[in-house]
Ligand binder design. Structure first.
Ligand SMILES: NC(=O)c1ccc[n+]([C@@H]2O[C@H](COP(=O)([O-])OP(=O)(O)OC[C@H]3O[C@@H](n4cnc5c(N)ncnc54)[C@H](OP(=O)(O)O)[C@@H]3O)[C@@H](O)[C@H]2O)c1
Length: 319
């Protein structure tokens, strides 16, 4: 089978398509015949070697942390999934990236706890574009911040892969949604359900007004934004692209008003089942910027790093 791989760390040119054997589903895993897999910020960091402390430096390593496809094999001890099921899934944790197998491939063996039937309301490309952002946003807004109807929810980066799902999910939870993004994203943000829009190039935190919940997908200026939390407000930060951002999140629990909450890595076991029903019930849609076939995965990685991205890059695998 064909799989996207790196044999060195580097920019988009480091990504190659390699021939390898079809994996077997080990106990607790399902083998998925992949139809689509999206690019996430973590893939770019992985490819560039920025996660080497977690993934190790032994190469080749596979790329891709999300998957949509059809169950082709079921390992021992797997309940509730059968050959032929149309599923989506997320690969568990950065430590699992240290092998040659990723999900941007023709087949992927996936921990069944992080696989669920895919939403009927989305096609495979849309489902691949939504799974990570949808999971991240649902967990951040519903489970961590516990958004209540009528609360004002500020989404920083509300037109990105995570943010575009977050805006819809915040609105579905009954929130009054304010989006901070670049000016050209206003129409899009409003079409996703935003009630208010602020251009981040011209908006200072103090001018936005109080928010009950802030979801930060950007990772900068976290303490300045925390100051706009209303009493009892909750802030969740999910971007760790800068060490400063990570340090701020860690430090927020020991000083100032309001710990910035966060989480990373794999979804809790079974979580994606709930995401599937939430997406179908609330007609959450995905934002797809561009689709590339697996043989053009290099171009997909180049497009991912180009300016002006509006939603997700998805890599498709021909049946
Ligand atoms: N913790 C987790 O489990 C988890 C899961 C998934 C993703 N993440 C992280 O979440 C972050 C976002 O991922 P993503 O896929 O949504 O990225 P993305 O698609 O690139 O979206 C980022 C968005 O932020 C906007 N933006 C940039 N600078 C901004 C600023 N100063 N103020 C407000 N908005 C700004 C961008 O708008 P313009 O392009 O218009 O500038 C873009 O819409 C990444 O750091 C990723 O690693 C974490």
């Amino acid at each position: 089978m064909r799989t996207a791989q790196i044999t060195r760390f580097g920019d988009w040119r480091a990504v190659q398509v390699a021939e390898t054997t079809v994996p077997a589903a080990a106990a607790g895993e399902v083998l998925v015949r992949v139809s689509a897999s999206s690019l996430n910020a973590v893939d770019a960091a992985h490819r560039a070697g920025q996660l080497a402390v977690l993934t190790g430096r032994r190469l080749p390593q596979g790329l891709g942390i999300d998957v949509v496809g059809t169950v082709d094999g079921v390992g021992a001890d797997v309940r509730g999934l059968e050959v032929g099921d149309r599923v989506w899934g997320i690969r568990a944790g950065a430590f699992s990236m240290k092998n040659a197998r990723g999900m941007t491939a023709e087949y992927a063996a996936v921990d069944a706890r992080h696989v669920a039937r895919a939403p009927e309301s989305l096609d495979d490309v849309q489902a691949a574009a939504l799974v990570v952002g949808g999971y991240t946003s649902l967990r951040a807004l519903r489970d961590v911040a516990r958004v209540q109807p009528g609360e004002r929810v500020l989404v920083r980066g509300g037109t990105g892969g995570v943010g575009s799902a977050a805006v819809q999910i915040a609105a579905a939870l009954g929130g009054r949604v304010a989006v901070l993004a670049s000016a050209r994203g206003e129409e899009l943000a409003r079409s996703l359900g935003a009630h208010e829009f602020f251009d981040y190039a011209t908006t200072a935190p103090a001018s936005v007004g109080f928010a009950d919940v802030i979801l930060d997908t950007v990772g900068t200026d976290l303490l300045a934004w925390r100051r706009v939390l209303s009493p009892g407000g909750r802030m969740v930060g999910v971007a760790f692209d800068s060490l400063a951002g990570l340090a701020t999140i860690a430090a927020s629990s020991v000083f100032g008003r309001g710990r910035i909450r966060t989480f990373a890595g794999e979804p809790p076991a079974g979580y994606l089942n709930g995401l599937t029903s939430f997406v179908d019930t609330h007609s959450i849609r995905a934002l797809v910027h561009e689709t590339f076939p697996l043989e053009r995965v290099q171009d997909a990685h180049r497009a991912f790093t180009a300016p002006g991205l509006r939603g997700k890059i998805v890599v498709t695998t021909a049946p």
